[in-house]
Design a protein around this ligand. Structure first.
Ligand SMILES: [Zn+2]
Length: 251
């Protein structure tokens, strides 16, 4: 049914379109993925100003007509993340975070866990501290824009999308001990007897994944580069096998 609706959303991608328009790929709080057109937004003195750029968190009024794209009627800034734009590392991390949402969450259904996670990560990269707590081990190690926080985000996003790896017991046989490998095909950690096709997973990498999923993003655990490489491989193989999605390198 044609009509207007309001939602909060994050701009994942902003594409120049035609003479003066922009097509926006949005991740919205109430409808998941939404593609929108902002007519006249590239004209000087457009009422949208500069706020239809990637990583803006916006309060939007959108009009759903008969076409595939909804039309942006109005846009107000909830968070512009100006500090994030000053840092190459934070910009890169934010771009990968949005890219992961584009690849992993394509449905037009609300996913509050995924939306809130994306908002929290952008706020962390901007230097805000939504948790109000002390700096996490990850941020002491290589900062909010570093690999540990990026992988904690990626694990939580996989969980929100329904593709979290099995970490509590062997993903093939259910054995709770001797978990020493990881198999993307099996979808999680595997025991010594089920190791065929798995790669060796260190106790540190296993522990990182359990902790990263259990803690708030702002409180992500830290780990050494070799540990994080194993974690990245585990997440990548899980998503390749089960979500049929390939993500860019995490950092
Ligand atoms: Zn097993």
């Amino acid at each position: 049914m044609p009509g207007s609706f309001k939602t909060e959303a994050v701009v994942l991608r902003s594409i120049r379109y035609g003479e003066a328009d922009r097509v926006l790929h949005l991740y919205s709080a109430t409808r998941g993925r939404v593609n929108a057109i902002a007519k006249g937004s590239r004209r000087p003195r457009s009422r949208f100003g500069g706020r239809l750029e990637p990583f803006f968190r916006l309060d939007l009024v959108l009009y759903q007509g008969r076409g595939e794209l909804v039309t942006v009627t109005s846009a107000h800034t909830v968070a512009a993340h100006p500090n994030l734009r000053e840092s190459g590392a934070a910009l890169g991390a934010a771009a990968r975070a949005c890219d992961a949402v584009l690849r992993l969450l394509d449905s037009a259904e609300a996913n509050p866990a995924a939306y809130n996670l994306l908002c929290r990560y952008l706020a962390l990269l901007d230097g805000g501290d939504p948790a109000g707590g002390e700096a996490s081990p990850a941020r002491e190690l290589d900062g909010a824009a570093g690999r540990a926080t990026a992988l904690a985000y990626r694990l939580k996003l996989a969980l929100a999308a329904g593709f979290a790896p099995e970490l509590a017991s062997c993903a093939r046989c259910g054995e709770a001990d001797h978990l020493q490998g990881f198999s993307g095909a099996a979808g999680g950690v595997v025991c010594g007897a089920c190791e065929l096709g798995a790669f060796e997973l260190s106790p540190e990498a296993h522990g990182f994944m359990v902790e990263a999923l259990g803690r708030p993003l702002a409180d992500a655990p830290g780990a050494s580069p070799p540990t994080l490489r194993q974690v990245e491989r585990a997440v990548a193989e899980t998503l390749e096998h089960h979500a049929h999605v390939q993500l860019r390198a995490a950092a």
